[in-house]
Structure formats: structure tokens, C-alpha cells
Design a protein around this ligand. Structure first.
Ligand SMILES: [Zn+2]
Ligand SMILES: [Zn+2]
Length: 273
């Protein structure tokens, strides 16, 4: 069983549990037997004007200081890395490199692209055209070419802006997998949406009959294609609150239900990144 998780947020982004301290996350991880974690909170990015999505640039230093001091304090119990979840945008390479240079882990959590007027087109907010999907896959490829991320977070996130998995979705999946293979950067099988849908951000599952029909990611069809590539895979909890850490084992079981044990068994889950 994977005993690391490189995808952890903090209250600074504004949509993780506002009452959880960084240290409380570390303590939960230790209790659950984790050996290595990374804090990868949503990086500051001034072009993104949404409220409660990412930390401010002015919070960066305090965030770094907090995580580095926990790294020292708990070094005999757990290995802690410092980093960010970043998004690639053409023209922002210099800033992303600044983040990269101060980090031990960078995950690429691409949630948007530029539209033709250079406005952000955000996944989950509006539908993506086939053309948008291609741009999305190109951004991921570009980030890899620039050697930015250590992990590609939720590579099937694009399904939030698509209705069903057809030809265009198959093509973008292949493109993302080819990039992952070419640059030898693992894909993350992200467990957060399972938690949101099944547990509604609590520790007990929702009541009543329950199916996975409406879950956008992890996407069964995506991973069924991914399994045939020579790529590495890691689970990522995308922690925004305590419950996700406590439900780690259950969430992995749920992922198996959604994707199918056959596919899961063929994926190359690795020991470390
Ligand atoms: Zn988040
Ligand atoms: Zn995240």
C-alpha cells in the first residue's frame, strides 16, 4: 500500500478546512502511518481572479517557513517536502520557475487554459470544445518539456467540462499519456472527487442508494487507455481536510470500484517519486 502522498493543501488557499493548521495535517498523516508527504498548496497566480482558490503572493514566505519548520520538527517520524500545485500558462514561465526553484515537489494541476481573448477558460465552469481539449493537452506537454512538474495531478480533470467519453476524449487521453511516457513524469490518480461525492466532505459516507454514475474523475475510460502505456502512476489524495487522510484506505478501495480491478492491476504504481 502506498505510504506517501504528495498532494496536500492548507487553509491559505481559502477552500481547504480553515480551522486545520499545517501541523494538524502532519499529525494525522503520522497517525495513519504515512512515511513521506508533500505540501503542494495552490500557488499564487495573479491572473486568476477567483476568490478563495489560491494563496496570495504575500503569503508565500510564511507558508514556506511553516512547512520547513514542520519538516525539522517531525524529521524522525515522517519526511516532509515543500512545494506547490502550479498551472502552466504561456508567458508565466519565469514565475513558475521561481516557484520551482524553491520547491522539493511541484505538481501540475492544470485547471484552465487561455481562450482566444486571453481570458481564463476554467474547467468545470464552462464546456470545453474539442479544440480547447487540444490546447489543454498542449499546455501539459509544454510544462513537461520545460521540466516543471514532478507529477501530473488529476490528468483526467478535463472530464469536468465534457459530457461523455468519446473520440476527442480518447485522443486527448492518448496525448497526455504519450507526454507522461516521453518525459517520464508520473500521472496522479486523484481521490478527491470520490471523497466529495461519496462522503460529502465528511467522514461518514452519504446515506441511501449510491452509484458512481456522475463522477467525472477518476475516469474509468481514461485509466483504461492509460494502462497500455509505459507510464508511472501514483495515488494522490488532494487533501483539503482531515477526513480525506482518515479515509485513505476506503478511498483507494472506491477507486478500484470505479476504475475496475483489472485496470488498476495493470497500472504501474510506483514506490516513490
Ligand atoms: Zn484545492
Ligand atoms: Zn490540489
Amino acid at each position: 500500500m502506498q505510504n506517501f502522498n504528495y498532494h496536500t493543501h492548507t487553509y491559505r488557499c481559502g477552500h481547504a478546512d480553515l480551522d486545520m493548521t499545517d501541523e494538524e495535517y502532519v499529525l494525522e498523516y503520522i497517525k495513519m502511518g504515512f512515511k513521506k508527504i508533500a505540501f503542494t498548496d495552490h500557488c499564487p497566480q495573479s491572473i486568476d481572479k477567483r476568490k478563495d482558490v489560491r494563496m496570495e503572493y504575500s503569503e508565500k514566505e510564511e507558508y514556506k517557513k511553516s512547512i520547513k519548520s514542520l519538516k525539522e520538527k517531525y524529521s524522525d517520524k515522517i519526511e516532509i517536502e515543500f512545494g506547490y500545485e502550479v498551472e502552466y500558462l504561456p508567458g508565466e514561465e519565469e514565475f513558475i520557475n521561481e516557484l520551482k526553484n524553491e520547491s522539493e515537489k511541484i505538481i501540475l494541476g492544470q485547471h484552465f487554459i487561455y481562450d482566444s481573448n486571453k481570458n481564463l477558460k476554467i474547467l468545470g465552469h464552462e464546456k470545453y470544445t474539442d479544440e480547447d481539449l487540444k490546447v489543454y493537452a498542449n499546455y501539459i506537454e509544454k510544462a513537461l518539456e520545460l521540466n516543471i512538474p514532478n507529477i501530473i495531478a488529476h490528468p483526467d480533470f478535463f472530464m469536468l467540462s465534457r459530457d461523455e467519453f468519446g473520440h476527442a476524449e480518447t485522443e486527448i487521453t492518448k496525448k497526455i499519456c504519450e507526454s507522461s511516457e516521453k518525459y517520464n513524469v508520473p500521472l496522479e490518480l486523484n481521490l478527491r472527487n470520490i471523497y466529495k461525492v461519496k462522503y460529502k466532505n465528511k467522514i461518514a459516507p452519504r446515506k441511501g442508494n449510491f452509484t458512481w454514475d456522475k463522477i467525472a474523475y477518476p475516469c474509468k475510460e481514461f485509466w483504461n487507455i492509460a494502462k497500455d502505456y509505459n507510464i508511472k502512476v501514483v495515488y494522490g489524495m488532494d487533501v483539503h481536510n482531515r477526513g480525506q487522510i482518515l479515509l485513505w484506505n476506503e478511498l483507494i478501495e472506491n477507486a478500484k470500484e470505479i476504475i475496475g480491478e483489472d485496470t488498476i492491476n495493470k497500472l504501474n504504481f510506483i514506490e516513490d517519486v
